[in-house]
Design a protein around this ligand. Structure first.
Ligand code: SF4
Ligand code: SF4
Length: 319
């Protein structure tokens, strides 16, 4: 039987079971998206009904004001489609040294979103754009027909405003099936060559992310009858060198209603951060959630963060 993830981590170092210090606040604005990708772990789509409201967004701004210097990482769904997106960016202008927007790229090409790339630039957002391959065929298998061409259009637009040169544009790769990403360094070199030669596109970094066995990706694994096999692969490839760097030791994730989680994956699984008395903590209790030594909510899905080179929202952990 597979050892529990917690035990595996504890064997490397018992400190790794606990929160260390807050470096990043990741904010999930909800599950509304202009796409409905086959691998989506948050099962987002144009029908997504979970949407952050102003009251929660205001609390996030207040947290940034009290904690200057932490990274603000905006995600979804498609964060740009949420009415609070503009407010969150404008109200945190001088409160965070680094603000990330996780963009699916195609949103830039949606009617009515023509303002978006200039808005990114004006507010110096760091753009993380999803592009699971440099080949049209692989991207469209995962994300739908026409998506590759629209992503290339978006990347060219970003490049034309200085993204990929003076402004940071990072691409995000995730595997198209039940396997681990290859070497981040090698993939980055291949992306750089292919995108430059075929489309004249430049970018800052490529980050590889391992698919978590949850949400729509879990459905896909179960339909193929390989869910258990994939979990076993993640556990077999446990890499102790990545164990201390799991992102939940320095990041807190907030959902559209203001509840706190150790990461986006735990959000999907309904595993909130708990207070000492067992209640679910919200953004109002952030200080309690990020106390050094607070226990992380870990499960078998966590093996996706420590397999191979390891995986986090900013790519591999051991590259
Ligand atoms: S993977 Fe990203 S772009 Fe695709 S449906 Fe999910 S949130 Fe939207
Ligand atoms: S899945 Fe989340 S809680 Fe588990 S190790 Fe990864 S970041 Fe931490």
């Amino acid at each position: 039987m597979t050892q529990t993830f917690s035990d595996r981590l504890k064997n490397v170092n018992p400190d790794f079971l606990s929160f260390s210090s807050l470096k990043t606040l990741q904010v999930n604005l909800g599950n509304l998206c202009n796409m409905a990708c086959a691998h989506c772990h948050v099962s987002a789509s144009p029908a997504g009904e979970k949407k952050m409201v102003r009251e929660v967004a205001e609390k996030i701004v207040a947290v940034l004001r009290q904690n200057p210097g932490i990274v603000l990482d905006l995600t979804g769904g498609c964060p740009e489609l949420n009415p609070q997106f503009r407010y969150l960016v404008e109200a945190t202008e001088s409160l965070s040294l680094c603000r990330i927007v996780r963009s699916n790229l195609t949103v830039v090409t949606e009617p009515g979103m023509e303002w978006l790339v200039e808005f990114y630039r004006q507010h110096k957002l760091v753009v993380f754009g999803s592009l699971p391959c440099y080949s049209a065929e692989n991207v469209e298998k995962q994300r739908g027909s026409g998506v590759f061409e629209r992503s290339i259009t978006a990347l060219k637009k970003l490049n034309s405003l200085g993204y990929g040169s003076e402004l940071e544009l990072n691409l995000v790769y995730n595997p198209g099936g039940p396997f681990l990403p290859g070497s981040q360094r090698d993939l980055e070199a291949a992306y750089r060559k292919e995108l430059a030669e075929n489309f004249g596109i430049r970018f800052s970094n490529l980050f590889t992310i391992t698919n978590a066995p949850i949400g729509r990706f879990r459905d896909f694994l179960e339909q193929k009858g390989v869910y258990e096999k994939y979990l076993a692969l993640l556990a077999d490839r446990f890499n102790p060198e990545t164990a201390g760097a799991i992102m939940c030791r320095s990041m807190v994730s907030v959902d559209w209603q203001g509840y706190l989680y150790n990461c986006d994956f735990n959000q999907v699984l309904g595993l909130p951060v708990k207070g000492r008395d067992g209640r679910d903590l919200t953004i109002d209790q952030l200080a309690e959630a990020v106390r050094t030594g607070s226990r992380l909510e870990l499960g078998q899905h966590c093996y996706c963060c420590t397999a191979g080179e390891g995986s986090s929202c900013t790519g591999s952990l051991a590259a």
